[in-house]
Design a protein around this ligand. Structure first.
Ligand code: FUC
Length: 758
């Protein structure tokens, strides 16, 4: 698909493409897009933080809304409120590793008489708004809460169908015993952690009708028609190692954000928020079938119960799909830190696994969907933090491996100060390099490749040039590796070998794209060809180690030797069918039982890459039929504590069922399951700078659209014969093999793919 045409037009028509794209975003591309499905409904207030409260966020600032009637509780976080530091020696238990902290709670106690009826609590992921509604004594009460990226505040508004119905108290309670001060209509607390991290939160309350005033540390209001509450919070963190990660005290900025929001009308704040949210969210629409109307109207906990009893609910499959996108928009925006093990949401000061960045699957999985689900901006916080952490990563690597080693590697867990914790995970920096490469592969931003991605890739290659070990027969192995959390430490572990192959391949391709480092490219190619490659073992399995010791009864949750199938590209059914079959044998042996969320999501993507639609769907479906809590989050081993990776991985897995582009071609509907027999998707992205819409009926492609960002040869694989049209005119295509055609795609053009009779 993606061979370069002989001349790229340098005069980029990015503008034209942006206009084209935005016109697709703004107009509903298809009449059959539905708009009643993007809502999580529950009919009681949340009691349990991780299972029932609803998450909102703007990347940096986030909160969990409980929706209580007598007391609204909004637990909030700022992504950089971390203890710890550079933790140079990597002691996981040392204070330097740090933990992600809760910031505090906003509590609104409401005086009320009489029981409420018709209670509803909804998270509308299409708008990024949480709504609460109920009635009391015939009066309707309503609340809306959102977290705005443009205004950098949380906003909550409470209204009623009659005047003077709101009396009560607002409290702002810090997570570290801070003292809150109250003045007229504002609450403030400020604090400093042991590592010098300064932080502050401010709440402003505007009332209509009635009155409000400060009493000790509380705001007391009575007889109000409505309340509009804005919360601003920040820390002194800056993503800059040279400044020791520390900037100004947040007081001035937090005050400015609070004042600015308090000076705007609620409708203005809401409109700016919804516009911003939808500029990302609306890029993708999906229709996987129709749920029975009665079931669709049910609260999500009951829908989960129905699914668990075997009822079909394709709209719930859609909701799960879009929820992954929603959550990434909510916890990873330009300027923020990347999504940690809990995204952005944490109500404890000692969260499981420190709520850290975990490099042996979890952090990567958080970002598997970013490019393909059309949220490339949301990928940037990861790339930014990894780039900002280079200096401390290099330092720690030299400390452990000697001054002579070039490049760097990392441990399994790390924090936002470039500090690391538990156990070296030697190929992790190479796995991260894949994210730099993928950002280019999807977006084709050459400048980014040249200035950010290629230098990163090259530096990690240098580490492996120095570290790889020659076997007596001349082949190369990574010494002393470990298949994550499984088996012994030894040479030539498949996880290491596959990731290094991927790193070298991407670096070679990157240098080729840039037309640089010819000799180095040849050197890397020679080294790549000498790497001990994937092996098929005695029971036909893909070996996890160089030694053929895999146990067919082993159900371990980690499946690291499948990296080459997904997210890597060393093994595919079209190019390496024997290895792909061996991978299927291994994956089958790991079982079909219920596994932790991230393993479940990985298996979805893996079965999709192995083109087994029903197995892929089985694992996709388990996410709702076995794993999901009422707020569609899920828990992880041990103890089923909340972890967010599966919510992202499952969306990425579903995309692999609908379109794949890792093997040099765009494969439309590679693993469409029976459960999604008729449907459509709009706005997915494919490598090579393409955006894709697909419609299918009774399990077969009916039409598709491909929009190209750059001049490129587009190669597509379909199960049925297709013709390609551009501006209503059929264009010439070349048949490469049965089911595979190519055509020259021009930048900023749309191509219609229509089914032809056989
Ligand atoms: C990996 C997994 C665990 C958990 C942890 C955060 O080590 O093995 O299940 O997800 O990361």
């Amino acid at each position: 698909m993606i061979q370069k045409t002989s001349h790229y037009r340098i005069c980029i028509t990015t503008l034209a493409f942006a206009v084209l794209l935005s016109s697709f975003c703004l107009s509903k591309a298809h009449g059959d897009d539905k708009d009643n499905t993007g809502v999580l409904l529950l009919q009681k207030p949340a009691v349990n933080w991780e299972k029932e409260a609803f998450p909102l966020g703007n990347g940096r600032l986030g909160c969990m809304v409980f929706g209580g009637v007598a007391e609204e509780r909004i637990q909030f976080n700022v992504d950089s409120l971390w203890t710890g530091d550079e933790n140079l020696r990597g002691n996981y238990k040392a204070p330097g590793m740090g933990m992600y902290q809760t910031f505090g709670n906003l509590q609104v106690a409401l005086d009320a008489e009489g029981p409420e009826t018709k209670y509803r609590r909804e998270l509308d992921i299409t708008r990024g708004v949480c709504r609460v509604a109920y009635e009391r004594n015939g009066v309707k009460f309503a609340r809306e809460t959102f977290c705005s990226y443009p205004d950098q505040v949380i906003v909550s508004r409470m209204t009623a169908g009659a005047n003077g119905r709101y009396s009560g108290r607002v409290r702002l309670i810090g997570g570290h015993g801070e003292k809150t001060s109250a003045k007229s209509d504002r609450l403030t607390f400020t604090g400093v952690l042991a590592n010098g991290m300064e932080y502050e939160a401010q709440v402003c309350v505007a009332v209509e009708g009635g009155k409000i005033g400060a009493e000790k540390d509380t705001l007391v209001f009575s007889g109000c028609d409505s309340l509009t509450i804005t919360l601003a919070a920040g820390t002194s963190y800056v993503m800059d190692y040279a400044r020791k990660w520390k900037g100004e005290h947040p007081h001035a900025l937090v005050t400015k954000q609070a004042d600015n929001a308090a000076g705007k009308t609620y409708s203005k704040l809401l409109a700016a928020h919804v516009k911003d949210h939808q500029s990302l969210y609306n890029r993708v629409a999906i229709d996987l079938g129709r749920t029975d109307a009665n079931q669709l109207a049910m609260p999500i906990d009951q829908r989960l119960q129905a699914v668990r009893k075997g009822k079909a609910d394709p709209d719930l499959d859609e909701l799960l799909f879009q929820y992954g996108r929603y959550l990434l928009i909510a916890c990873s925006r330009p300027g923020s830190l990347p999504a940690n093990l809990q995204g952005l949401w944490n109500n404890r000061n000692n969260p499981p696994w420190h709520a850290d960045y975990h490099s042996n699957i979890n952090l990567q999985m958080n970002y598997w969907l970013a490019e393909s689900a059309n949220l490339e901006e949301c990928h940037r916080p990861l790339l930014d933090l990894l780039t900002a952490s280079l200096a401390p990563f290099r330092k720690a690597t030299k400390l452990a491996y000697g001054d002579k080693i070039r490049g760097f590697t990392i441990r399994t867990s790390h924090n936002p100060f470039g500090g690391m914790g538990w156990k070296w995970n030697i190929p992790a920096s190479a796995w991260y390099a894949l994210h730099f490469w993928e950002h280019y592969a999807f977006g084709r931003d050459r400048k980014y490749l040249e200035t950010k991605a290629y230098p990163y890739l090259k530096e990690v290659c240098q580490y492996w040039e120095d570290r790889l070990k020659k076997l007596p027969d001349g082949r190369l192995v990574a010494p002393k590796g470990w298949s994550p959390e499984h088996g012994p430490t030894e040479d030539g572990v498949s996880y290491d070998q596959q990731i290094i192959w991927d790193l070298f391949s991407n670096t070679i391709e990157a240098a080729g794209e840039l037309g640089v480092d010819d000799d180095y490219r040849k050197k890397l190619s020679a080294m790549r060809d000498k790497l001990v490659g994937p092996k098929i073992g005695k029971w036909g399995q893909l070996q996890e180690w160089m030694v053929d010791r895999d146990n067919p009864k082993d159900r371990h949750r980690h499946i690291s030797h499948m990296f080459a199938v997904y997210p890597g590209r060393q093994i595919s059914l079209s190019k390496t069918p024997k290895l792909a079959k061996a991978a299927a044998v291994s994956l089958k042996a790991r079982g079909f039982g219920t596994v932790v969320g991230w393993a479940n999501a990985w298996k979805t993507a893996l079965w999709a890459r192995l083109l087994n639609a029903e197995n892929a769907y089985m694992f996709y479906h388990k996410e709702v039929s076995a794993n999901a809590y009422p707020n569609l989050w899920n828990g992880c081993w041990p103890g089923r504590v909340f972890q967010i990776d599966a919510n992202f991985g499952i969306t990425a897995g579903a995309i692999e069922m609908l379109v794949q582009s890792h093997a040099g071609e765009i494969h439309l509907l590679p693993a469409l399951p029976k459960a999604w027999a008729t449907g459509s998707v709009r706005g997915l992205r494919a490598r090579g700078g393409f955006e894709i819409d697909i419609h299918w009926k009774s399990g077969v492609l009916s039409r598709a659209a491909i929009r190209s960002r750059k001049n490129a040869v587009c190669r597509i694989r379909t199960a049925v014969p297709v013709a390609v049209m551009n501006r209503g005119v059929k264009i010439k295509t070349e048949v490469v093999e049965k089911g595979v055609i190519t055509f020259p795609a021009k930048e900023a053009q749309e191509y219609s793919i229509v089914r032809e009779s056989e």
